[in-house]
Write a protein that binds this ligand. Structure first.
Ligand SMILES: Nc1ncnc2c1ncn2[C@@H]1O[C@H](COP(=O)(O)OP(=O)(O)OP(=O)(O)O)[C@@H](O)[C@H]1O
Ligand SMILES: [Mg+2]
Length: 254
């Protein structure tokens, strides 16, 4: 048996006295893309943030493994250096920090070398051309005044430049118009092709983006537990019927 890329084992998580995750078991292997679906408030973003080591959340039981190592207590910057990448559902605005400055720090941290501004600008320019992002974008301040579409493209840009081993995308498709969705989906599929060893967890409410990304697995998270897993057909079922049947089965389960 090979070591999974990432694994949560009976993961229980609380924040501010509220129990949010209640025994999540998830295994993501290299090259697999797992879609995580579920109603609002189910705990999807919490799982994403806990995987990334957000200190707001307390792991009360269970463990998180990455590339065979127990990282349950590892700080988030060490996780980033090891190749975990999360695009947030609600990214922070950071006035005073330009996209290019941020990428210089993030890329240098990830590669463990000091990249020059020139190297970073060149790398950014090439990717931005692919993603249809204007050159002036790299001198804008991080997430300040970004439109929904710009924010999402920016996430794909970061992902493509940081060569992650595990990518977690939290609602990258929300609020995008059809053209922006196409650019973002194309960006992700190009990334999948370039990085066949990289695994992904993609949180979404919609089948639409999954039609492009074609997840190998689909999971339904309800009230802090994965209550159904399957393939793409599960996403299609949810799209047609909603979560009602899963909510009902959750209520009758012990
Ligand atoms: N830091 C926190 N302190 C207290 N409660 C929290 C905290 N973070 C999340 N929660 C609660 O945990 C639950 C799960 O939140 P989470 O953001 O993980 O849901 P989600 O599945 O991502 O929902 P959505 O689909 O709306 O994005 C919610 O009830 C939320 O209010
Ligand atoms: Mg969320």
């Amino acid at each position: 048996m090979t070591t999974p890329l990432c694994e949560t084992r009976d993961l229980w998580v609380s924040a501010n006295g509220k129990e949010i995750l209640r025994g999540v078991d998830l295994i993501v292997d290299k090259g697999e893309w797992h879609a995580l679906m579920g109603p609002n408030g189910a705990g999807k973003s919490t799982l994403a943030k806990v995987l990334m080591g957000d200190p707001t959340y307390t792991v009360t039981r269970g463990k998180v493994f990455f590339e065979g190592e127990d990282i349950t207590r590892l700080p988030s910057n060490d996780r980033a250096r090891r190749g975990m990448f999360l695009s947030f559902q609600h990214p922070e605005q950071i006035p005073g920090v330009k996209v290019v400055n941020f990428m210089q720090i993030a890329m240098s941290h990830r590669q463990n070398i000091d990249l020059s501004m020139f190297e970073v600008r060149l790398a950014l320019m090439e990717k931005m051309r692919e993603l249809n992002i204007d050159n002036s974008f790299m001198d804008r301040h991080l997430n300040v005044g970004f439109s929904g579409g710009e924010r999402k493209r920016h996430e794909i840009l970061q992902m493509s430049l940081l060569s992650p081993h595990l990518v977690i995308l939290d609602e990258t498709d929300s609020g995008l118009d059809v053209d922006a969705l196409r650019v973002v989906s194309d960006g992700i599929t190009a990334f999948q092709k370039d990085s066949p060893q990289t695994g992904g967890i993609i949180i979404t409410h919609y089948k639409r983006i999954l039609q492009h990304i074609r997840p190998t697995h689909v999971h339904v998270l309800v009230e802090g537990r994965i209550i159904a897993s399957g393939g793409f057909e599960l996403a299609a079922q949810i799209d047609t019927h909603g979560f009602e049947r899963y909510l009902a089965s959750e209520r009758v389960s012990p």
